[in-house]
Design a protein around this ligand. Sequence first.
Ligand SMILES: Cc1cc2nc3c(=O)[nH]c(=O)nc-3n(C[C@H](O)[C@H](O)[C@H](O)COP(=O)(O)OP(=O)(O)OC[C@H]3O[C@@H](n4cnc5c(N)ncnc54)[C@H](O)[C@@H]3O)c2cc1C
Length: 389
Amino acid sequence: MRTKVAIIGAGPAGLLLGQLLQGHGIDSIIVERQTPDYVLGRIRAGLLEEGTVNLLDKAGAGARAHREGLVHEGVELAFGGRRHRIDIKATTGKTMMIYGQTEVTLDLMNARKASGLTTIYQAADVRPLDFDTDHPRVSYVKDGTTHEIACDFIAGCDGFHGVSRASVKPPAIETFERIYPFGWLGILSETPPVSHELVYSNHARGFALCTMRSMKRSRHYVQCSLDDKIEQWSDDRFWEELKRRLDEEAADRLVTGPSIEKSIAPLRSFVAEPMRFGRMFLAGDAAHIVPPTGAKGLNLAASDAYYLSEGLREYYDEKSSAGIDAYSERALARVWKAVRFSWWMTQVLHKFPDTDGIGARIQLAELNYIASSKAAMTSMAENYVGLPF
Ligand SMILES: Cc1cc2nc3c(=O)[nH]c(=O)nc-3n(C[C@H](O)[C@H](O)[C@H](O)COP(=O)(O)OP(=O)(O)OC[C@H]3O[C@@H](n4cnc5c(N)ncnc54)[C@H](O)[C@@H]3O)c2cc1C
């Protein structure tokens, strides 16, 4: 097989990249280790920046998001027993959209199918090869037989545990990492959300977040210990703990119900530099991870796919390497700003093991400052809604 761009991984980064390239007349083959159902079953992100929605439109996969997604103009911060609204639209002129990652993935998969492009699912032992030469290849095993794809470029869109980044050894790659001393316990339930916007709560018992996938389906999180096991958290225990961490009005409005998914996720900041190695590029979680507090992971995967697709368009249309040469630097500049913002939101909203009296009061002072200063509110809002790309 031969293609221009061999993409490893059919998550949001790989699928979006494939569609954006297709829009520029550049063909691609995607190799994915899981089945489509497995990929679609992963409950993850739910908040799209306006720029990400625009990219879905550009990729020909935005129609259903506009019909079914919930447009949000603000977000609420709960602290000191009260909720304070940050008016994102008034401060930035932009909005966000609630639309689940599972739906984004489904729409992109359908667009890819409609374009007649090849995706190889259940590909085992995928390997990016010879990417430091002019003749890169991707090999994989399917039904016991080894296959090879010859290509011009490889896009490593295979997530944090993928093979692409792992194929590059130091000193060609440098990594930066911070692991946070807590996790997020999340549940999905067929219950209406507490508020029509997201509620982020800073509480003495720990952080909590009320978000949603629709006006009938809620996603809630509480900060938990890294040692906690799912079995220790019955639905009743979860709802009790969440209520304690909300302001009185939100706690009264909380509608509880059986969980349809429950998981614990560790929180981590991670960046690999650079994001290009000869003829292989990294995009999305393959290159960076942020704690979900700022809702940036999926959105960064989208901006990487955009930068890379534009660089490759320039390469094929204008016979210029300028775009692909600048890819790593352009993408990393935006990534680091999102890493900073996600770290900052995590820092100000969570209870750390060493959060003492003074630490807790400094957090409250900072949250009060955001809620009362137009400058501070605008700074938070423009980062939350998504920096331009
Ligand atoms: C619990 C949780 C909650 C989150 N919440 C949010 C949120 O609210 N907002 C937000 O913006 N982000 C959130 N994120 C992050 C977001 O889900 C990711 O940033 C996003 O999925 C990144 O997309 P990706 O395509 O880069 O990687 P992935 O979605 O990880 O996709 C990578 C794909 O590559 C495949 N793959 C892996 N290894 C191989 C291999 N060797 N060969 C072939 N294929 C391979 C995988 O099966 C997968 O399909 C959350 C993540 C988690 C885990």
